[in-house]
Design a binder for this molecule. Structure first.
Ligand code: NAD
Length: 363
């Protein structure tokens, strides 16, 4: 089978859907891999890295789209790409259909087979192709907050880990899932005083077992959140309600009780954010100030670290890519019910209930 990889064309998207290592694996499985010129540059892979592992280089994206039976991408097809989608072609990428009716319609009309990273499940019911990006965002949240705490950036001017004889900063993490765990791990590693809050006591037990003694766990209630906020230097919003908008846990009135110059990193912004005052920002313009508090609300945090993010994403996607290429989507999805959860739109038919319900389409 011909597997295709194109350069991502969305603004500031430097990730790529397949590494040269992935090319070698697919070639070993007897497939051909066609890669658009310069597709990997943003992630540190030159064209020769791909050709050395056996890829065929294509000067234009259109050539790849026209020939590949399995297309790999990172972001959903952009408007310029809609006319390039091919009937019966498998397209494996993040889609987030519910966020765009025009994308949903374009993929229905194209009659391709859309398999979405974000709805693939593993045996435990987790989302293995979202997890690596949450790991990146969680770890990044602390490095961003350390930066914006600096006085020259408008922050309180406190060092996360303190120094001998001077107390460290207090980092409050709300939500103890993948993002929250990694944020707490990083903050603890730097020596901060970390408080992690969640409504799920099992998650708090896991954190208490895993992380060092400078991490305290607290059952999340309006009272514990309010109290933690008042002494926080950093607050990381890391709550997720599967498939729903994030709950607004922190009102403007609560924000006013925080220390001026404190930093919030609301990673849940892609689901609306947990602060009443949060609004989406970009890497070009990542922060704004409301009520004296620095808000960092970038919706695609991993985009800032493509060298790490590409490798983390493709580590997780490659086994599924190999399965789809080896077996085709029908047999692969019969064999792996979790991969079948990734099927969103199949040859004009919406098969994902959530997408059909969002746009009132038959499924
Ligand atoms: P997760 O499912 O692993 O964890 C979410 C946690 O929130 C769970 O432990 C859950 O018990 C907890 N929770 C739910 N309701 C709560 C409440 N009322 N109070 C306290 N805790 C509550 O999710 P995750 O992978 O850690 O993702 C967290 C958020 O980060 C999501 O919105 C995700 O989309 C987002 N994210 C953003 C970026 C970005 O670039 N901004 C990147 C990756 C993930």
């Amino acid at each position: 089978m011909i597997v295709g990889v194109v350069k991502e064309i969305r603004n500031q998207e430097n990730r790529v859907a397949l590494t040269p290592d992935g090319v070698e694996t697919l070639i070993q499985h007897g497939h051909a891999v066609w890669v658009e010129q310069q597709a990997g540059l943003g992630s540190g892979f030159a064209d020769h890295h791909y050709t050395e592992r056996g890829a065929q280089l294509c000067p234009t994206a259109a050539q790849v789209w026209q020939s590949a039976q399995l297309m790999l991408k990172v972001k959903e097809p952009q408007i310029q790409e809609y006319p390039l989608l091919q009937p019966e072609q498998m397209l494996f990428t993040y889609f987030h259909f519910a966020a765009s009716q025009s994308l949903t319609q374009a993929v229905i009309d194209a009659k391709c087979v859309a398999i979405a990273y974000e709805t693939v499940e593993n045996r435990a019911g987790h989302l293995p192709l979202l997890t690596p990006m949450s790991e990146v965002a969680g770890r990044m949240a602390i490095q961003e907050s350390a930066k914006y705490l600096e006085r020259a950036q408008g922050g309180r001017g406190i060092l996360l880990g303190g120094v001998p004889g001077v107390a460290p900063a207090t980092v409050v993490v709300i939500g103890a899932g993948v993002v929250g765990t990694e944020a707490a791990r990083m903050a603890a590693g730097l020596g901060a005083h970390v408080k992690v809050l969640d409504i799920n006591l099992e998650r708090l037990r896991a954190i208490a077992d895993m992380l060092p003694a400078n991490v305290t766990t607290l059952a999340a209630t309006p009272g514990t959140i309010r109290e933690a906020l008042q002494t926080a230097d950093v607050v990381v919003g890391a709550v997720l309600l599967k498939g729903a908008r994030a709950p607004k846990l922190i009102s403007r009135a609560l924000l006013k009780q925080m220390q001026p110059g404190a930093v919030i990193v609301d990673t849940a912004i892609d689901q609306g954010g947990i602060f009443e005052t949060s609004r989406a920002t970009t890497h070009e313009n990542p922060v704004f100030i409301e009520e004296g508090i620095i808000h960092y609300c970038v919706t695609n945090m991993p985009g800032a670290v493509p060298i790490t993010a590409t490798r983390a994403l493709t580590n997780a996607t490659l086994p599924y890519v190999v399965k789809l290429a080896d077996m085709g989507w029908q047999a692969a999805c019969r064999d792996d019910a979790g991969l079948a959860m990734g099927l969103n739109i199949v040859q004009g038919q919406v098969v994902c209930q959530a997408v059909a319900q969002t746009f009132n389409l038959p499924h």
